[in-house]
Design a protein around this ligand. Sequence first.
Ligand code: SF4
Length: 437
Amino acid sequence: MNMKIDPWSALNIEDYSKLFDEFGILPFDEMSLKINEPHRYMKRKIIFGHRSYDLISDAMRNKKPFSVMSGFMPSGKIHLGHKMVMEEIIWHQQQGADAFVGIADREAHSVRGIPWKNCNEIGMNEYIISLIALGFQPHGHIYFQSASEQVKDLAFEMGAKANFSELSAIYGFTGETSISHMLSAVTQSADILHPQLEEYGGPKPTVIPVGADQDPHIRLTRGIGHKMNMFKIEGREDKEGNVYFSIRNKAAPEEALKEIKERIPARTRLFEGHVDVFDTEDFEMVLDTTRKVELEYGGYAFVPPAATYHRFMSGLQGGKMSSSIPDSYISLTENPKSAAKKVKRAKTGGRMTLDEQKKLGGEPDKCSVYEMFLFHLVEDDQELAQIYTECVQGSRMCGNCKELAAHRTEKFLKEHQELRTVAKDRLDEYGLLIKKV
Ligand code: SF4
């Protein structure tokens, strides 16, 4: 199986466990135990993996500053897949994160050829209004990439640390790939790191909730962020087995190293290109001092971005959800009654006959209707467990089950669309950064 992950071709990743081995994504299971009230996507293993989420769970537990950031490409209808990411952003905002949402209009324009005017309209009418209707609070930040000077400036700086071979290895770019397409890759990296700029309080853990297909962006960004930092801290051991920290200078003036040596309240020794710190196990103190000095000397001191990875819902007809097949997905802005009809036509995990269903039970793990319950329509874990059990035991029939899913879909969409109307009147509260075209 080809495990190259390409965010622009949205591969159907069938075997998530390979992501753990081949790309170093860690399973989320144990992380859920460290969170007070995990989101239902965490409890239900829909969020299945992470990178560096321990930084986020630590920040949540200890009330330290952290951010959440994700972006949406304004290229089509907002659907339930986007709703998932929005819910994850809003949940983190409720847990205390400074929340950022970028509308990736530069990407939509350069990769999909969408005119700026349409980028604006789709970004606003589809994504931003639903984001607010779902509960995003005005103290967060919503911006269009093209209107954010900070993101564009940072993208330019980051571009100096990323080369063509690196981008090609990750995305499969060729000599035919346009420069703007490449630029949109570093712009997304700038999206991810810009919550750590001084204007937003400086370096801090930032989580990016994404589908597994977006991991290349995360890896690229972590790599570039690392290259941009002036210092690297290594844990080392001397000949006697004593452990010490070595602060290695990558790009800082020598005075900065001297400054670090002066400020660290422990035994230190200055060498050419590094300061070694002895007789302390306080890594946080060493890290904090180094970051402060880096910022004073004009560096960024980025914390590598964390990420959560979620499973994808399959299409209502089975297979992949695709924007070119309207029956495969539910849009948040579509007519609630026609959406309910789609659910009634969805592929189930039911058997050929009622008798078989009673005898063998259904197969909820292969059922699009069950997925609707699991991801979106059933909040209560006990109710979900009951649906699952009744299905596999053969006491639940697909007809009634679809009726229930269709009814809840219609109800959710009606309510959401009413909230969208309210959200349209609240846009002023959000201080939106929008490109004027
Ligand atoms: Fe799916 Fe419900 Fe049929 Fe089970 S009974 S296969 S959950 S539609």
